[in-house]
Design a protein around this ligand. Sequence first.
Ligand code: FAD
Length: 399
Amino acid sequence: MRRLRTEVGIVGAGPAGLALANVLARAGVDCLVVERSSRERVETRQRAGLLEHRTVRWLRGQGLADGLLADATRHGWCDFRCLGHTVRVDYGAYSGGREHWVYPQQRLVSDLIGTLEKAGPPPLFSHTVRAVTDVASRRPRLKCEGMEIECDYVVGCDGFRGVSRAALPATGHRVHNRRYPYDWLTVLAEVDRPAEGVVYAVHPDGFAGMMPRGPRISRFYLQCPPDDSPDAWPAGRIVKELRGRLAGALPTIGALPEVRMLRMRSSVTEPLSHGRLLLAGDAAHVLTPSGAKGMNLAIADAAHLGTALVNRLRHGDGRALASYSSARGADARRVLGFSEWLLGLLHLPNETGAGGPRAELRERLAAIRRLAEPGPESAAFAHRYVGSGAEDGPDDPPG
Ligand code: FAD
């Protein structure tokens, strides 16, 4: 049995674990990231792509944004299509110039691995943590095949189905769990030109969306019945549905390298800690892709925890660590509220009122138009959507 010792053991080399490890390693805190997948796998896994204003501001402040500052594109508007109308919401203008940065998650992950290698030990790839134990003691442990790591703190950044959450006691934690009455087919598609911005379609056959990802690739979503199978969606049907629901100008869609079904659910676990185990990112809260918030929340957790653990371990100041769970839990619930509100706007109910789906659609169109006109409603939407960080705190200059 190989026995290792570190100050902070981090389970999972996703955006949360890697952002945290970078902060700790640069501050001279000994930490070790343990990741079950190979390096190649984590550097090629395509998921998110929209980084919020506040996320980029933090990454930049940490010197972790060189790749994205060089290569990301910026977007400050989105289009809603409904009843044959396209309504452009210029959220950049309504949030004082803040924009999204489009940068694929796998590129950010790859950048964070590269910067971590320069500051400290690289992640232990292809090592699965089987259990997190002794979390209520001063020496929690990560148990892997043939290896045990003794830590001062363990941070579980191992996603929704990881082992860290399972190490919480059975009682004493509140879990918000919600399963939505639909799923989303998620499709990565080769395109002849980049999506110029996010497009959302509210349609009687179900929601459809187009998200920019790169010059030759876009992500698309299609609402389906719950528990539908990707096998029911051959390429021809996908393209036909996208064209029908997103009616309007679209890039030409070519090969579909990824077609998956997303089971639409959300879950927030609170408190985000127990003893010396702290949860961050999807391990603590998982949201649907509505509003593109998951990776941004994961990095915001890492930002708080990085400062908190450095203060605790290097300066003996435990205040930020003590406030971690309440501060980050409150932010996750606030962001979940926004994400659910957007889901409500984009999906028609199964049962429509006396006026039928057309009356519902007219109401949606009116609500969307309010987001496109200057005023408090569009400003509130813009700040929440772009993640300005100014929603409930002091304002900051656009960057
Ligand atoms: P993850 O990225 O899931 O990383 C967890 C890591 O832990 C993985 O590498 C995993 O292999 C590892 N692991 C798990 N178990 C173990 C174990 N036992 N031992 C060792 N390692 C383990 N978010 C946005 O902000 N914007 C978007 O536009 C967006 N679009 C999305 C589109 C799709 C299709 C999907 C699926 C998600 C999207 N998200 C988006 C969400 C975003 O991808 C996640 O919220 C983000 O990856 C969470 O980061 P994380 O570090 O918490 O977890």
